[in-house]
Design a protein. Sequence first.
Length: 321
Amino acid sequence: MNRIKLTGLIAAPFTPMQSDGALNLDAIENYARWLHGNGVVGAFICGTTGEGFSLTTEERLEVAERWVAVAPKELKVIVHVAHNSLGESQRLAAHAERIGAHAIASIGPTFFRPSSVAQLVEFCAPTAAAAPSLPFYYYHMPVMTGVNLPMIEFLRLASQRIPNLAGIKFTDENLMSFTQCLNFEDGRFNILFGRDEILLAALALGATGAVGSTYNYMAPVYHKVIAAFQAGDLNSARRWQSLAMEIIEVMVRNGGMPANKAMMKMIGLDCGPVRPPLKNLTAEEYAPLRQALERVGFPAKVPPANDVPLRSTLAAATQAP
């Protein structure tokens, strides 16, 4: 099993769809090459941004196969395999191992939820065991799942129960909990930060890897954040982070996930519509979104990929004073 920690920016890709909502698998190869060309080191597929829970199991298998088949070898594919049915989650995990994915991840169950860390670990363990040769990441996102348990306790228990536990995709604003997990057993586990809008705060605490949806279309901005932080230029780092915040605020205010996917169309990578219960933007809603984004500098203020230090690692960035 690959125990090397993931460092750098990992995108959470959208699942490309055709106008009728069917999968658009043919779009994935160019998408993967775009991410790699923008210095992204990994693709966390079929997660929240990828509408994983809105896809059938068969569709998720197809999406995973295509990403692994066409992604540049330097782009690590992490397959999100969570399902409220443990059997389906195990099936997805075993498939990810067979096709040669880099790692798997699983969010907590979202309907019947565990009431203790021990129950959560017992739910995750069989999924991890279905792909024993792959690193397993627990996907902590309490705002979506309602599973808000102490992650430091999860690491303590899961490290004894899950041999292939690699770390946590930590999508939460609790920076004390994040830091506790980073420091657990002298940094034994790979804790990937999942809040793009406060990446700079995570850098200051020692983040070495990050997963996010806005890395799909704003990776060069975050490379600027990292480079400035690494150089000790906090004013520049704050300025670039503030630009990201302004763009994210407009996206959230104009529909959230549907607006997020619409922004891919604006940069020339049309990933199609979202699926119900999400609601696609109408033409009347799309135009004001674009105008609002242009007012805060998107995409004009996003530097071209060749203008930033690509494939910089957050590990290097954390060496800044």
